[in-house]
Design a binder for this molecule. Sequence first.
Ligand code: ATP
Length: 188
Amino acid sequence: MLRLEAVSKRFGRDWVLRDLTFTLARGEVVALLGPNGSGKTTLLKLMAGLLKPTRGRVVREGRALFLPNPPAFHRHLTAREHLLYDLAFHGREGDWQGALARYGLPEDLPLAAFSSGMKKRLALARLELLSPDLWLLDEPETALDTEGRELLLKALGKGRKGGGVVLATHDRALAEEAADRVLWLGAA
Ligand SMILES: Nc1ncnc2c1ncn2[C@@H]1O[C@H](COP(=O)(O)OP(=O)(O)OP(=O)(O)O)[C@@H](O)[C@H]1O
């Protein structure tokens, strides 16, 4: 699904990642763990193609979608409007009403009025609907309550079936429960 060949990334004079080689197999869920500033978000962005490596190569199969933390939405749209916009933008059709109901979300409230947990739920509903091949998730568990966490675990199962998942997290319990493998990032 995804291969990184001797990838290094530097911002200015600081190396954040050095000589990283990694392969994500189809159907695999991998968790990225490491302290603040160790390069987890940078690595997800490199995997998504949102950043270019300073050295090395990233090879991706299929369509990748990066979920930032916190998720980014147009605040003046409602959940219904946003999902319809996302589906149209990606040229897809999908049961957006079913997705909102599964995640316990209102259709007609502007997203400016969503709590951070509701936004996280909406981001998962959106991912399910758009069903990319590769799910790249930055701290998907933050702001989720117990039920939201269960929904996340289910969604990760769908991501696995769809192709593969890489998630950055500080939650070791989540990594142990959801991931096949952990990639530890330390000081570069
Ligand atoms: N656009 C940028 N320009 C300069 N430095 C950056 C940029 N993006 C990230 N960095 C630096 O790269 C390092 C890694 O940041 P990154 O956000 O990838 O870490 P992280 O492991 O996701 O951290 P956290 O656990 O706090 O979310 C940090 O020192 C950060 O300041």
